[in-house]
Design a binder for this molecule. Structure first.
Ligand code: HAM
Length: 425
């Protein structure tokens, strides 16, 4: 047993899985940059006040924050999500609106660790600030949807709701509180405790005992102002026009308090229902103002990288692949030939690995097979003396002996032309 292991809720993402994470972000960036979103990199920790705006009745704020007082006596928190940081950045730098940004990176929540729920987890996401046009809601929701499709996921469903404007939400929460209080004896102990903190969250309870009470609860759609209802209807008809299937679920409340109007989640039916939200988002029209900025509407989403990749595993799509390897150099003379040839081929754009420590031909050949390379380039005593090399195609086992000076041309024919990385010396 080693002295140290990862702490609960954290994981090492090992090769080749880590390569898949990078590819995930690359595809995401490509999708969203094509719609005008530019990359933002906010800090991983901030004044805790930035995140307290997520809602003093939410678990994220009351139970899950990684916070500490630093050596300068500042009360700091590791970010539990990116949206508040992006809004703080908007209030601080006052860029021209509309401001459309995307991000990727780790977040920290002290949650009960289990498969699909971690204390450090990654998200990719977008935020668009300064526009309250429902056409933007449609763009945002469609971008998330199409990204899942780009990964090859087929079992992702879109659930959508409107939480109305600030006043609508308050009136609804009052009605919920009254309703649940009058049915309190039928609720589970846990739901009763949740009711004290945040009546909206009772709707999230997955306990059987609460299901009957929840099914009779007031619904938000009866509390929407005409502006919020009209906005919501425009979003739904836009999604229909783009042929994006959705289900309206008026019990969808989300775990953060800043949401107004459109809220949505992407759910994977390939995952266990407890952790099946692979992404979520919505409007947060009051958040920039709460953080000391000008009144600014905003909408965005964050997609959980860890969970989305679990969904990919379950659907057997977007599986991890090791990086391409073109050649593996075997040098049974003294290793310096491999150094020189690898240097030249790498500069010419080929991906090249090699063996070290003067191992036997058999052991270097084994390493070549394990590397996944297209071919082995072999330098033994004869090849070194004649300035040739033997190129062995590792899938067909065919071998040819060629002058080292023609290796570049031979490789280009075998694996295809590559873009040079450095000028040839
Ligand atoms: P969220 O629903 O808290 O929203 O998180 C978004 C996604 O992050 C979830 O659907 C899930 O896939 C993933 N996630 C959350 N917590 C964990 C965890 N402990 N372990 C693994 N994955 C997790 C937000 O964070 C909002 N900032 C989204 C947003 C952006 N709203 C507007 N703009």
């Amino acid at each position: 047993m080693p002295s140290f292991q990862t702490t609960p809720g954290t994981r090492d993402i090992l090769p080749p899985h880590a390569g898949r994470w990078r590819e995930f972000t690359r595809i995401f960036a490509q999708e969203v940059e094509a719609s005008g979103y530019q990359c933002i990199i906010p800090p991983m920790f901030e004044d805790i006040g930035v995140f307290q705006r997520l809602g003093d009745a939410t678990d994220v704020v009351t139970k899950e924050m990684y916070d500490f007082v630093d050596k300068g006596d500042r009360h700091i928190a590791l970010r539990p999500e990116h949206t508040a940081s992006v809004c703080r950045a908007f209030a601080q730098h006052r860029p021209l609106a509309p401001w459309k940004v995307w991000y990727s990176g780790p977040n920290f929540r002290y949650e009960k660790a289990q498969a699909g729920r971690y204390r450090q987890f990654d998200q990719v996401g977008i935020e668009a600030l300064g526009v309250d046009d429902p056409q933007l809601d449609i763009e945002v929701i469609a971008l998330g949807w199409h990204f899942y499709k780009a990964l090859g996921l087929k079992k992702v469903e879109l659930i959508i709701n409107s939480l109305g404007d600030a006043g609508d939400r308050e009136r609804y929460v009052d009605a919920l509180e009254k309703y649940f209080s009058s049915n309190i004896s039928s609720l589970s102990q846990e739901a009763q405790a949740t009711l004290q903190r945040n009546p909206l969250r009772v709707l999230d309870s997955k306990r059987e005992q609460d299901a009957a009470v929840i099914s009779g609860a007031p619904v938000i759609s009866d509390f929407l102002s005409s502006g919020a209802a009209e906005h919501f209807n425009s979003v739904l008809s836009g999604l229909r026009e783009l042929n994006i299937p959705f289900t309206v679920n008026d019990k969808l409340v989300r775990g953060l308090d800043y949401y107004r109007r459109t809220t949505f989640e992407y759910i994977s039916s390939a995952l266990d229902s407890a952790q099946n939200a692979v992404g979520g988002g919505g409007r947060y029209d009051g958040l920039v103002e709460d953080l000391g900025g000008p009144a600014t509407p905003g909408i965005g989403f964050a997609l959980g990288v860890d969970r989305t990749l679990l969904a990919c595993d379950a659907e057997e799509c977007f599986l991890p692949v090791a990086p391409r390897m073109d050649a593996f150099i075997i040098d049974t003379v003294n290793g310096t030939h491999a150094t020189r040839i690898a240097h030249i081929l790498r500069a010419a754009g080929f991906n090249v690995d090699r063996a070290y420590e003067g191992r036997s031909m058999k052991s270097q050949m084994k390493a070549a097979d394990k590397s996944g390379a297209t071919c082995a380039v072999i330098i033994g005593e004869d090849e070194a003396a004649q300035s040739t090399c033997t190129v062995r195609n590792l899938s067909t086992s065919e071998q040819v002996n060629i002058p080292q000076s023609t290796l570049f041309t031979y490789m280009s024919e075998l694996v295809g032309a590559r873009e040079p990385r450095r000028p040839q010396q």
